[in-house]
Write a protein that binds this ligand. Structure first.
Ligand SMILES: Nc1ncnc2c1ncn2[C@@H]1O[C@H](COP(=O)(O)OP(=O)(O)OP(=O)(O)O)[C@@H](O)[C@H]1O
Length: 228
C-alpha cells in the first residue's frame, strides 16, 4: 500500500466543496503541494494529518485510517504550521521541546537525551532556558520544528513553514525538512523553487488535483496556469 493514499476524497464545509473526488497514491519521500490561495492545499495536508475528516472517500496514511487510528497516527506524524506562536505551549525552550514527548512511553533519561540532541541539531541549545514566547519569529519556527523532530516522526507535514522567516532561517528550516533522514515530508508551499527540490509535486486547483508527478513538469503546469 502507498504511504499516502486518498481515494475519491471530498471535503465539504456547509455548501462549499473544498476538495472534490481527490484520488492519489503518493510514495515519494518528499512531496510538495502547490496551488493558488484557497485551492485546498492546507485542507489536503490536514486530511493527511488527521486534523480534518474527509466528508467522503477513503484515506490511508502510513497504512492507517486517520478516522479510526487517530492516536496511532499522531504518534507517527508531526505537523508544523506557518504560525509558530500557535505551537508554543510551555514557558521555556527546553520545556516546550520536552512537552512534545509527553505521550511517548520512553524512560525519562531517554527523553532528556532526545531533547538535548534535538536542541543541538536545531541550534537552540544555547537558549534552552530562555522564554519560548520571547524568541524571534525565526527562532520560534526552529523551536516548532525541533518539537516536531524530537519525536522522530515517520512523516512530517509542514504547511508554509518558512512564511515568516528571513532567507537565512528559511534555508535552515528547509535544510532540516528536506535533509537526509528517515522521515517523509509533505510540504505545502508557495515557494516553487522549494517545491522543485522535492521528489514529487501535487498541484491542486479548485479542490481537485490538476497535475501530479515529477517536480519540473508539474511546476511548469502551475506556472502556465498562473500566466493565463
Ligand atoms: N474550517 C473551515 N470552514 C469553512 N471553510 C473552510 C475551512 N477550512 C478551509 N475552508 C475553505 O476551504 C478553502 C480552501 O482552503 P485551504 O486553506 O485548504 O486553501 P489553501 O490552498 O491552503 O490556501 P492558501 O494558499 O491561501 O493558504 C478556502 O475557501 C477556505 O475558506
Amino acid at each position: 500500500m502507498s504511504a499516502l493514499l486518498l481515494d475519491e476524497v471530498s471535503v465539504r464545509w456547509g455548501d462549499v466543496v473544498v476538495l472534490r473526488d481527490v484520488t492519489c497514491a503518493l510514495d515519494a519521500r518528499t512531496i510538495a503541494v502547490i496551488g493558488e490561495n484557497g485551492s485546498g492545499k492546507s485542507t489536503f495536508a490536514r486530511i493527511v494529518g488527521g486534523l480534518t475528516p474527509a466528508t467522503r472517500g477513503t484515506v490511508r496514511v502510513l497504512g492507517l485510517d486517520p478516522a479510526r487510528d487517530a492516536a496511532r497516527l499522531r504518534r507517527r506524524v508531526a505537523m508544523v504550521f506557518s504560525n509558530p506562536d500557535a505551537q508554543i505551549i510551555m514557558p521555556t525552550v527546553a520545556e516546550d521541546v520536552a512537552f512534545s514527548l509527553r505521550s511517548d512511553k520512553l524512560p525519562r533519561e531517554e527523553k532528556r537525551r532526545r531533547v538535548r540532541a534535538a536542541l543541538e541539531r536545531f541550534g537552540l541549545d544555547g537558549i534552552a532556558d530562555r522564554s519560548a514566547h520571547d524568541l524571534s519569529g525565526g527562532q520560534k519556527q526552529l523551536l516548532a520544528l525541533c518539537g516536531a523532530f524530537v519525536r522522530e516522526p515517520d512523516l512530517v507535514i509542514a504547511d508554509e513553514p518558512t512564511a515568516y522567516l528571513d532567507a537565512r532561517n528559511a534555508r535552515r528550516v528547509t535544510g532540516h525538512l528536506l535533509g537526509k533522514g528517515s522521515h517523509r515530508l509533505l510540504l505545502v508551499t508557495h515557494d516553487l523553487d522549494l517545491a522543485k527540490r522535492c521528489d514529487q509535486v501535487v498541484f491542486i486547483q479548485d479542490g481537485t488535483i490538476a497535475a501530479i508527478g515529477d517536480p519540473a513538469p508539474v511546476v511548469a503546469a502551475y506556472e502556465a496556469h498562473l500566466a493565463c
